[in-house]
Ligand binder design. Structure first.
Ligand code: SAM
Ligand code: SF4
Length: 327
């Protein structure tokens, strides 16, 4: 293996979040409130480009790939993408993040192709609130998808919920009730400010610390972090089958455990969710012969990775919404 990717702060990067499309069929109010609008004539990475990309990342230490978007499962060749990753022996974990739209029908097919971890976004367990937040009246469909994923044999089924003041902040008891007897990992994500959403952020940002306080008061215990966890803080409780993770990008030292790099659906490397335009890799994704040059470019870029994001100062970078680089 070539030298592992490492930045100037000693962080190593074994986790790639790879977006495969910007397109989405939901209109989450914190992400794409007006739905997806094509940005000119974009063409997303082809299967062959994805193969070259992943082969190079695997050479420099990537062991886990999360396929994201937009809504990644809207790609007709989604199962082929999973299979392609499964064919690379260096990639030990294949994961995806989805809104669950296609899950009921396809969970088993994706599992059989090699997908092992799945994060499903369910922002509320109240169907009306789910509709209000996502713009789609598909609560039952998504929940059937969650059941299908649990039955298909996934190692871990995680539920992502963005914490939203005055929207889903009354839902905690329902979520807790659900995971009492269901072995899922629930992850509450603090709303992040993006280029589009200053007013929305002001109105709805809720600090994860408030949930943390409530959990601790109810006997939840902080789990010692493992290298796998990345920046999530995890909690478990002897009376509950499920676990809870808090993702608090505004908390101190959030970036210290950063272990991930991102590539957008048009092949741009993003060293952080926020802060930069992304560096084009696509010219070096056209043949296996370009792999050494691609690896060289990755090493060079890693020197530019900053120690932390600048969200605290209200600097959201150029990221208009997370559908463009996959959250
Ligand atoms: N469409 C898929 C989905 O929603 O699961 C995958 C892409 S989505 C951008 C990935 C994750 O980012 C979702 O869990 C979503 O809730 C989260 N997300 C999107 N915008 C966000 C924001 N402004 N702050 C925090 N999380 C956000
Ligand atoms: Fe689509 Fe996911 Fe963004 Fe919702 S969070 S609009 S499902 S990309």
């Amino acid at each position: 293996m070539s030298q592992q990717l490492q930045d100037d702060f000693g962080r190593r990067f074994h986790y790639l979040r790879m977006s495969v499309t910007d397109v989405c069929n939901f209109k989450c109010s914190y992400c794409l409130p007006d739905g997806y609008h094509p940005n000119g004539k974009q063409s997303f990475l082809t299967l062959s480009e994805i193969e070259h990309l992943v082969a190079a990342f695997a050479k420099v230490g990537t062991r886990k790939v999360r396929i994201t978007g937009g809504e990644p499962t809207l790609r007709k060749d989604f199962t082929d993408i999973v299979r392609l990753l499964a064919d690379n022996d260096a990639i030990h974990t294949i994961a995806t993040t989805t809104n669950g739209y296609r899950l009921e029908k396809n969970a088993q097919e994706w599992y059989d192709a090699g997908l092992r971890r799945i994060n499903i976004s369910v922002d509320s367990l109240d169907p009306r609130m789910f509709y209000q937040i996502t713009g789609e009246n598909r609560f039952d469909q998504v929940m059937s998808g969650v059941d299908a994923a649990l039955n298909a044999g996934f190692e871990r089924v995680k539920i992502n919920a963005v914490l939203l003041k005055d929207l889903n902040d009354k839902d905690l008891p329902r979520f807790l009730h659900w995971i009492k007897h269901t072995p899922i990992d629930l992850r509450f994500i603090e709303l992040m400010e993006t280029g589009l959403g200053h007013e929305y952020f002001q109105a709805h940002h809720l600090a994860g610390e408030a949930i943390k306080g409530r959990l601790m008061a109810e006997g939840w215990l902080y789990d010692q972090p493992s290298a796998e966890d990345g920046p999530a803080q995890n909690f478990s409780h002897p009376d509950y089958q499920g676990r809870i993770g808090l993702i608090m990008p505004y908390s101190k030292d959030f970036c210290a455990s950063c272990n991930r790099l991102r590539v957008s659906a048009v092949g741009k490397l993003h060293l952080c969710l926020f802060t930069e335009q992304g560096l084009d890799l696509r010219d070096l994704l056209q043949s296996t012969a370009q792999q050494p040059a691609l690896i060289e470019r990755l090493h060079q870029q890693l020197h530019l990775k900053k120690e932390t994001h600048f969200l605290h100062q209200g600097i959201t970078g150029v990221t208009q919404h997370l559908a463009s680089i996959g959250g």
